[in-house]
Design a protein around this ligand. Sequence first.
Ligand code: AKG
Length: 491
Amino acid sequence: MEAKYDRASEVKAFDEMKLGVKGLVDAGISTIPRIFHHPHLSSPDQTPSSTMTIPAIDLGGGMFESTVTRESVILKVKEAIERYGFFQAVKPWDTDKYQRAYFRKKSMKNVNLEVKSSGEKEAETLMQTEGLPLDKEARTLKQTEGSCVEVKPLPLEKLSEVDSILFPEDVLAKRYDDEGYLELLVKWVHCPSHENSWVSNGEFVEHYPDFKLEDKLDFKVSKSLLQEEVNEEFYQIPTDVMEKMKDGGIRGFHEQDPEVRKKFCSRDYTKKVTYRSNFDLYSSPSANWRDTLSCCMYLDAPKTEDLPEICGEIMLEYSKRVMELGELIFELLSEALGLNPSHLKEMECVKGISMLSHYYPPCPEHDLTYGTSPHSDRSFLTILLQDDIGGLQVHQDGYWVDVPPVPGALLVNLGDLLQHRVLANRGKEPRVSVASFFVHPLPSLRVYGPIKELLSEQNPPKYRDTTVTEYSKNYIAKGLAGKSVLLQFKI
Ligand SMILES: O=C(O)CCC(=O)C(=O)O
């Protein structure tokens, strides 16, 4: 006679092993424990599951050549979100930080800077002096025709002849020159305003790398400037971050010595870093074939030493990039809604991310369980990095449709709007994914509800206001399975 199935004690026994699903696979099991069985699992074969074309939007690292390009990107984001609730972000990174490294390289080669104005002869002669180090913040004013003033680097030997060494105080405006190079109007410390000067952006960033341009101006570099001398390395850095995050970092964590993993094992939601299998293990009717390293990257994000040694550094680097990308996407979304670009940011949608780094080991009975049950997210927005194994599906027009991985792209989905699931891994290699949820740190009595500026008599509110804590509590209590928690707030 078959032994009586006592789910609660089987769940507890599995949890107390602290080794997750990976531990079961390592033990060589060929059938999966009953706690993972999903009696109502709809096999992918029962529905006409097909591969859909995911709208891919080239974010060009957030550098739009003109307002026309920016508007067309906003329109694409709007269409994708309205129609599908998600899109693939291609070239997603804000390359602002990388341009500095790029310019540094470039100007090492081209020590003779462009000379444009009259009165420049002297500067030209000075700069052509052989073998002079130009890497110091040596600056002088060169009076040119009219009241315009240009800044030229000087060889160190000539410093004694220079009237003043200048430091920037502010960036007042930007423009593009005839060749599409970005120039900045810089106000210099202790200089009268008529001596503000236009300086090529590359030159400026090279000499004042720590001067926070972004704080001074809505600063985006011209794309044409990059197109001229884009080098491979320039674009590879962010791809490198994604690869390192998935492979060395997250895969490395889940595949390292179980004793190291165990140290992070916890179900205490107030901890910033935890490792566990199924956050809703005790509340959901069936468990998923997946383990997760979970981390809260809020303002007081963990330090490298609080994170697992094998992936701490790359997690911090990756989450910084995701925050930057999130800021850009919330800006585009605000504009797509006809709001001020900073509206969603001011609503504190970009306050922090909860990062779930999943590991889906191969499953010996993949038709009996899920990798992740059908659900929608509780976040304002989710950015997903996935490796090339596949298994993610979204619910579209009544069907489950595959979302094939696209190298170098990130999947962006609008929280509670998109139903999705992950099939249990049917391959031989484990699958890795990193879901970054833009959420408000818990606990929080911050109230969210329909955006007032978008309401009208024709468009009345459909949901009642709620606090972050109330909404999240309901989400966690419900677990992944079942209908969207948003329905509980419907008016
Ligand atoms: O692993 C994936 O592709 C999706 C993960 C997910 O849906 C989640 O963490 O909510």
